[in-house]
Write a protein of this length. Structure first.
Length: 402
């Protein structure tokens, strides 16, 4: 696994800050946001692309592709994998919700202020969502299936699911999967703010992201990348890999309800979790934890809790539930992968991070949502949910490798 996030640019730092419930949200520093209704975000700090790639290459990549390549380098190093001789058996599915938006905005300014002859010849490849997958292939010489599914904030869980599918059906032995996003810029923030999707708690940035809390008023924009390396079990064992988790099941469906709002009856989100658990061959009694999509929007959090209760019934009082967005903000297309990594860390390190901004529960108080980090938690398997604008729903079941 590899991660670039508002909680740190290494797995070690990320894990430590999860445990400490460090909140990576603050006033925006990358540009002057004083004229915007929302002036807070979860920015990646101290990221130096030249630590992960050639300086010349870095200049030809949008920030989201830089993040993706950096997280991939971490994952490859952790895995110890050698791609020699298996180049055509490695799939890459690294996605994004919005792609190279920072480059698009910057070059649009160049066009207006300096004319078309000054627009960068790298504009088009820099903004393409599939370029993160493409540059990873070029850096490692990998020639297997390569594409970028796009489904808004569900996209990186779709990437993990589709990578698993390619391995299950023999199209690849290895899949590099995940998502990356870098859209902290005036236009996206203004757009989300116009939808009333963002928190306007500008004077209290650390308290702005508050999933499940009665006073939540929207999500906080974040950025980052999460990459996982999936392998066929026989291939991984043959090379002596340190297997850290198993993707046991997945499912995908759609609400077919609204552009941005979830189905208030939670039909799609309930069904997708049930299908993922069925796909894994497990039962609800085998699940100990649900890592929620929960972004801190009024409608979304309520519907997801309803879906969890629909699926787990009386077990909602036992299974742990949390949302990593309380710490990281919402990483959009990268959220699902980064939160899957966070959940694997919690499973393997036997803790559940708390929800520091959950002061007054909105809804039933019998859900097992810790306010503070709980140590010594035995997680056998967990469900990871991701939902995206357009009604896209995706769920994973991930567990300890036995």
């Amino acid at each position: 696994m590899g991660v670039v996030s508002p909680l740190g640019c290494s797995l070690e730092t990320f894990a430590e800050n999860l445990r400490k419930m460090y909140i990576g949200i603050d006033k925006i520093t990358s540009f002057d946001a004083t004229n915007l209704p929302v002036q807070i975000a979860a920015e990646v700090k101290d990221f130096k692309p030249e630590e992960y790639m050639d300086r010349k290459l870095a200049k030809r990549l949008d920030r989201f592709s830089q993040f993706a390549l950096a997280a991939t380098r971490q994952a490859v190093e952790m895995s110890g994998i050698d791609f020699t001789g298996i180049e055509e058996r490695v799939a890459i599915l690294v996605s994004s919700g919005m792609g190279g938006f920072l480059t698009l905005a910057e070059q649009n300014d160049v066009l207006r202020e300096k004319g078309p002859e000054r627009v960068s010849p790298f504009l088009i490849p820099m903004i393409l969502i599939n370029m993160a997958s493409g540059v990873i292939a070029m850096e490692y010489g990998l020639k297997g299936p390569n594409f970028a599914p796009v489904s808004a904030c569900a996209t990186s869980v779709h990437s993990i699911a589709l990578g698993t599918l390619l391995i299950r059906h023999g199209y690849a032995d290895v899949a590099i999967v995940g998502g990356s996003e870098a859209t902290i810029a005036p236009l996206p923030i203004a757009g989300f703010a116009s939808m009333r999707a963002l928190s306007t708690r500008n004077d209290e940035p650390k308290k702005a992201s508050r999933p499940f809390d009665k006073s939540r008023d929207g999500f906080v924009m974040g950025e980052g990348a999460g990459i996982l390396i999936l392998e066929n079990e026989e291939f991984a064992k043959a090379r002596g890999a340190n297997i850290i988790a198993e993707i046991k099941g997945f499912a995908m469906n759609d609400d077919a309800h609204h552009f941005s709002a979830p189905d208030p009856e939670a039909r799609g989100s309930s069904k997708v979790m049930k299908m993922a658990i069925d796909d894994s061959g497990l039962s609800i009694d085998d699940i100990d934890f649900v890592s929620c999509h929960a972004t801190s929007t009024p409608a979304g959090d309520e519907v997801e809790l309803k879906a969890i209760e629909n699926v787990f019934e009386n077990r909602v009082k036992e299974i742990y539930v949390n949302s990593t967005k309380t710490l990281t903000g919402h990483l959009l297309g990268a959220a699902g992968a980064v939160e899957t990594i966070a959940s694997i860390i919690q499973m393997n390190s036997e803790f559940i991070h708390g929800m520091p901004n959950l002061e007054e529960m909105d809804g039933p108080d019998y859900f097992n949502i810790p306010r503070n980090t709980v140590e010594g938690v035995q997680i056998r398997n967990f469900v990871k949910n991701s939902f995206g604008f357009g009604g896209h729903n995706a769920s994973l079941v991930v567990g300890r490798y036995e």
